[in-house]
Structures are given as C-alpha cells and as structure tokens.
Design a protein around this ligand. Sequence first.
Ligand SMILES: Nc1nc2c(ncn2[C@@H]2O[C@H](COP(=O)(O)OP(=O)(O)OP(=O)(O)O)[C@@H](O)[C@H]2O)c(=O)[nH]1
Ligand SMILES: [Zn+2]
Length: 289
Amino acid sequence: MTQSAGQIIRSHGRRYVVEADDGNTYDCSTRGKRSDYAAGDRVDLQISNGEQAVIERAQPRRSLLYRQDDFRQKLIAANVTQLVVVLAAVPTPSREFLDRALIAAEAADIAALIVLNKTDLPETPAARELLGFYREIGYPVLELSALGDISPLRERLTGQTTVLIGQSGMGKSTLTNALLPSAQARVGDISTALDSGRHTTTHATLYHLDADSHLIDSPGLQEFGLMHLDATQVIHYFPEMRELAGRCRFHNCAHLVEPGCGLIAASTAGEIAAVRLPLLQKLTRMLQR
Ligand SMILES: Nc1nc2c(ncn2[C@@H]2O[C@H](COP(=O)(O)OP(=O)(O)OP(=O)(O)O)[C@@H](O)[C@H]2O)c(=O)[nH]1
Ligand SMILES: [Zn+2]
C-alpha cells in the first residue's frame, strides 16, 4: 500500500476517478459510506494496485459548490473559482433556476458569469431581455452560439477553474466539446444513452483546458436546492438588495412583514425587480422552518 495525493476528475455516485500526482489515473472508492467528495477536490489516496485506490480524505477546499433539498445534499464541484450558468431561449429557461444558481455562487464566494447560448435561434430576443436585469445588477453576460465562435468564453476561462451549470438541454455538453482541446474531446462512456436515445451528462467531469485553466461539466440539473443556506444570510446573496437592507427600521429585519422594511418599500416602489423580493421571502421562510 502506498500513499499518494491527487485530484478528483470525475465523480459518479460513490465512485471517483482521481488523477494522482504520480501521473496515473485511479478508479477510487471511499472509506465506509462516505460520498462527500466532488470533482475538483484534492484528495489523499491509498493506492491498492496499478488501477485502484481508496480516497482517505479531502484536502482543505478553496470553495465548495453544492445544493441541498429536503432529503439530500449533492456536492457539485470543489475548488472552483468561477461558475458559468448556461442558458438558452430553447428549451424555455427557468428564471428561478438562474436566480438560485447565482445565489449558490454568492454563498460559496465564487464569481458568476451568465452565458446565453444558442443565439443563432430566432427565439433569442426574449431570453436576452430577461438577462438585461442581471447585467444591471452586476453579473457579466456573454452571448454566443456553441455552434459558432466561442472565443469570448474561452478568454473568460483563462486561469480559472470553472464549473458549467445549467438545466438539461441548454447546451453545456456542446459547449464543453467546443472548448476542449481535441485530444480530450468527450467520449461516449461519459454520456449515457437514455431510452429516448438522447445522450445526457451523468457525471461531473473535470477537464484541463491548459496548465492553469480547468473546466468542470456537471450533469444537467432541474432544480437547485438551497436548504444549506442560513436564513439570516440570504439577503447578502442578492447584490441589488443587500445595500438597501440598511434602510430597514429593525437591524434584524427578515424583510417578510416587518414594519419599516426598506426592501418591501423598494419593491412596492418598483426600485427592485418584482420577482426578486418574493424569492428572497420564499427562501427565508423555507430556511426558518
Ligand atoms: N441551435 C443551437 N443548438 C444548440 C446549441 N448548443 C447546443 N445546441 C443543441 O441543444 C441540444 C442540447 O445540447 P447539450 O449540449 O446536449 O445540452 P446539455 O446542457 O449538455 O444537456 P444535458 O446533457 O442533459 O445536461 C443539442 O441538440 C445541441 O445540439 C447552439 O448554440 N445552437
Ligand atoms: Zn427589511
């Protein structure tokens, strides 16, 4: 048995593929029932043989992006510096999914970038209009087509470890393929043909774009549970609202029904987008339970 260390480059359930510092790639299991590791994690290994190893522990993380619903926690990616939310006009994107992904990025202290993909489609203007709001509150938005020139996105990935997040069908895999050096282009074994014959991403996989730039393609998500957040902190994850909280009469205002709430006043006056305060309130109520 030899010790080594490495980075998780693929996670699927409780199986992980680790690229070890010895230059080999190992198929790894974990001690006991542990599954709290994610693609991007730096881990300590105990090597069993030329192909297999056991993950002993994760090294301290720079960041951890995860989501949690009522029943389970799902680690999405570790040590990323940037989250890219991919959406497109078709299939119709969920605005709440976008909001939640941005909130998760704020909570994990990760920079966020919104990519509007499929700009070759005639339905694009509606999605563009929606994204105007996010530009206004400070999120960078890139428009492109994964079938066309993606160099603006490539530039934004330089020197970063980026996780691509999106609802199924928005084009993450197509973008990933376009970004990857051809030598490591996605192969069939990391997609699974569903009954429909459609290929869908089932693993989170880390790819090296160059020595300092890495990309994690995560499985398409339909929901983004945020049960791990602290109810009193949620306001800090809404950039356009956090400064306004100083206007509230009570310093511990929950912005739900409190008299003199600066956010309720701002929302009523149309100073903040109509859907954002109700989302903050919904999250706060859910987290207070
Ligand atoms: N017209 C157009 N179609 C695109 C573009 N990007 C992706 N598509 C198509 O959109 C569909 C979904 O793309 P995928 O890359 O599989 O989407 P995904 O987000 O990876 O989906 P999951 O694997 O389910 O997570 C495919 O049929 C792609 O060919 C684009 O820029 N323009
Ligand atoms: Zn308030």
